[in-house]
Design a protein around this ligand. Structure first.
Ligand code: ADP
Ligand code: MG
Length: 253
């Protein structure tokens, strides 16, 4: 097996050179939901946020999830990100039923298999761009020098080499989301989940950032699922999924 971070030939469980935990790439589909339901609250206040959604995403696919506010998009993304256990249904990542995993294994899967992007970037203001990108690598036990080298390489690939030493307060919104994109890619994830990543950007910047996210994900053979209100992002996606009232209305290819 080849370490996806430093490209050293290595064998599991860790790369002997940079200390990254090694995993085989997840087989297709990287993500599978079958009949997932979830509700919030009880009695009269109960809301059925997901009414039985099924969805399958393959390696390298760029999927857009659109739909009205309150339709269940964030809930679906939380379920896919193993941050919320649904009431019923099955969630498989790389063929593994995550419902059977202990919390520690779910946390490991989040770190090693998944990348996340948020509307408000979630960067640490006290760290530089390179240090922010290096955070998940450091959590995974990658040595500081190897983590920063990998972070710099990713920032460079996103056209941000000149911002590697800047802190988030010195960056534009678009630059911050590109730093967050580099961070989401850092661990070589199988799937990136993005909840309204362009909501705080003007439409031109939002489009450019989404295009970069899609092409970086394809280059790393990672799937990406982007929740958005912005239907003008259609052209960057392989597929658009409509989620409304907790149901998938159509999945146009
Ligand atoms: P979207 O992201 O598409 O706007 P959400 O998944 O956030 O939709 O919400 C789906 C439904 O669940 C909405 O009716 C929302 O009000 C409700 N909901 C979401 N989160 C909670 C929560 N923590 N407690 C109670 N209701 C919630
Ligand atoms: Mg939402």
């Amino acid at each position: 097996m080849r370490c996806p971070i430093c490209h050293h030939d290595a064998s599991a469980p860790r790369c002997a050179n940079c200390n990254r935990p090694l995993l085989d790439a997840a087989p297709d589909p990287v993500l599978e939901l079958v009949g997932v339901t979830h509700h919030y609250g009880t009695g009269e206040a109960a809301v059925q946020a997901l009414q039985g959604i099924s969805l399958s995403v393959d390696r390298g696919e760029v999927v857009l999830m659109v739909g009205p506010s309150g339709g269940g998009k964030t809930t679906a993304l939380l379920v896919m990100g193993l941050l919320l256990t649904p009431d019923s249904g099955t969630v498989r990542i790389g063929g593994r039923d995550v419902g059977t995993l202990a919390e520690r294994e779910r946390a490991g899967m989040r770190l090693l298999r998944l990348g996340f992007l948020f509307q408000d970037y979630n960067l640490l203001n006290s760290l530089t761009s390179a240090e922010n990108v290096a955070v998940p690598l450091r959590y995974a036990g990658v040595r500081k020098s190897a983590a920063l080298a990998r972070a710099t390489e990713l920032l460079d690939s996103l056209g941000l080499a000149h911002r590697a030493g800047h802190r988030p307060t010195e960056l534009s919104g678009g630059e911050k989301q590109r730093v967050a994109t580099a961070r989401a890619l850092a661990m070589g994830p199988d799937l990136i989940l993005a909840d309204e990543p362009t909501a705080n950007l003007d439409s031109v910047t939002g489009h450019k950032v989404s295009e970069q996210l899609a092409s970086a994900a394809r280059a790393h053979n990672a799937a990406v699922l982007i929740v958005t209100h912005d239907s003008r992002l259609d052209d960057i996606a392989d597929r658009v999924v409509h989620l409304e009232d907790g149901r998938i209305l159509e999945a146009a290819v």
